[in-house]
Design a protein around this ligand. Structure first.
Ligand SMILES: NC(=O)c1ccc[n+]([C@@H]2O[C@H](COP(=O)([O-])OP(=O)(O)OC[C@H]3O[C@@H](n4cnc5c(N)ncnc54)[C@H](OP(=O)(O)O)[C@@H]3O)[C@@H](O)[C@H]2O)c1
Length: 424
């Protein structure tokens, strides 16, 4: 491994990068074990007094990744394409160790990055890419090394979790909560990645790669976010003993299954108790048994903590090249099955209160072999519209999808019917 002190180049001095610079420069081993040789950021006019004098500035982050005097490149720019991708590939190709927090990049190019780092025998650290300050990568790679993991179930997007909680606590609609979250900095200006499940899917893909050696492509994965969940559904779920949580689940028990979507989960389940912006990952394994890791899934300090952990790992000179131990083969999965092909469903159908609608619905249920456990009618203001809340027995997902399409075409339904799986 590289001789000490290790020279570090940091590309991206934003939320996370600034904190990493600050943690590194005030560390007692600064200049003894490591030092920052160069940094790169886009806006040269922005004041960054926390960066010590004498550190080289590169306007072109690719040049930083090529600098022959740099041993370790830390990429904290973000994005799966463009400059961040270039920096990571150039660094490894130039035999430099690489640390990144970039989940989107690893979910897309994890296989290539891993293979290249194995080939060039360089360290590839990505602890910060999943669940911020929660040390899930290390636990899987090291602590659970002799376990067979059968399932990973996680709340991996703090923004979605925060939104679901706030809707319930404040009893206000999704859009209003989202606007407040954006003002408070809990949601991005463009919240698509968070509220449509994409961010959670990136993290799930990384964990799947690590645990099952399978990299599921997002284009072939069932990914559904929380944007359709309403205050009404959250309250109704609660009345029946459930919470609605965005769960990212990957299982290899019978066949490989991997998906992200909102589930109704019993309010007694440990994952139902994960509040606000927290993340949590439940790992089911044969020796250690079920394990729940929880903590801050984002934020500059927790994420910098994960980057620092990788830096010290790299300094310790472990042989942890690549994503997998000993360069095992990674399979890309273009189409993943959703977690559980047959599940119980919560189905909400809004109907005008007229004779015959119930028998129309029943006939659709019969056609698609949907057996009902319980059905409730909830008359809305003015008694013109009723919400039908239906809890089903186990139903094939495909059958439920077809049924919902039919229900939405029925005369007498108001808005779209909504179905969520029930986790048990
Ligand atoms: N923030 C979190 O809580 C968190 C949690 C987990 C993982 N992550 C990951 O950590 C990474 C960084 O996130 P962040 O929140 O720190 O992002 P950020 O605040 O937006 O910072 C991005 C940095 O990259 C720089 N940059 C952009 N384009 C560049 C270019 N062409 N050349 C050089 N530098 C460029 C920006 O420069 P300027 O400063 O000049 O604009 C900025 O310093 C991302 O991959 C993100 O997914 C973040």
């Amino acid at each position: 491994m590289t001789s000490l002190p290790v020279s570090i180049g940091i590309a991206g001095i934003g939320n996370v990068g600034s904190e990493v610079v600050s943690q590194l420069t005030k560390h007692k081993e600064y200049k003894k074990s490591f030092f920052i040789k160069a940094v790169s950021y886009r806006n040269k006019k922005k004041k960054r007094n926390f960066i010590p004098k004498g550190i080289i500035y590169y306007s072109d982050a690719k040049k930083l990744a090529q600098d022959k005097n740099i041993d370790l490149v830390i990429e904290l720019i973000g994005g799966s394409e463009g400059i961040a991708k270039d920096v990571c590939f150039i660094a490894i190709k130039n035999n430099k160790h690489l640390i990144t927090a970039n989940k989107a990049l690893i979910a897309e190019y994890g296989k290539e990055l891993s293979e290249l780092s194995n080939k060039n025998l360089v360290y590839f650290g990505f602890e910060a890419s999943v669940a911020g300050g929660v040390p899930v990568i290390k636990v899987i790679k090291e602590s659970l090394v002799s376990n067979e993991i059968s399932q990973i179930t996680g709340i991996m997007n703090g923004t979605s979790n925060y939104l679901m909680d706030e809707i319930e606590k404040k009893s206000i609609d999704f859009e209003k909560v989202l606007k407040t979250a954006q003002k408070l900095g809990y949601a991005e200006k463009d919240p698509t990645f968070d509220i449509e499940g994409i961010d959670a899917a990136h993290k799930l893909a990384i964990l799947s790669l690590l645990v099952f050696k399978k990299l599921p492509r997002l284009s072939g994965m069932h990914v559904r976010g929380v944007s359709e969940v309403t205050l009404y559904d959250i309250k109704t779920a609660r009345e029946f003993g459930y919470k609605i949580k965005l769960l990212a689940i990957c299982s290899n028990e019978n066949s490989f299954e991997c998906s992200v979507e909102p589930w109704l989960i019993s309010q007694d389940h440990s994952l139902a108790k994960i509040d606000g912006v927290l993340n949590a990952i439940e790992i089911n394994s044969n020796l250690a048994g079920p394990l729940l890791l929880t903590g801050a899934g984002a934020g500059s300090k927790p994420t910098a903590s994960a980057v620092m952990s990788d830096i010290f790992d790299c300094l310790a000179g472990g042989n942890r090249t690549g994503i997998l131990r000993n360069g095992e083969k990674i399979n890309e999965i273009s189409n993943s099955k959703s977690f559980k092909s047959e599940v119980k469903f919560y189905l909400r159908v809004s109907v005008v209160d007229k004779v015959g609608i119930l028998s129309d619905l029943t006939s659709i249920f019969k056609t698609f072999k949907i057996s009902i456990e319980t059905i409730y009618q909830d008359l809305q203001k003015g008694n013109q519209v009723a919400n039908l809340i239906i809890f089903t027995h186990n139903v094939k997902r495909t059958q439920m999808q077809k049924a919902v399409l039919k229900i939405n075409k029925l005369k007498g339904t108001v808005g779209n019917a909504l179905a969520f799986c029930i986790y048990n």
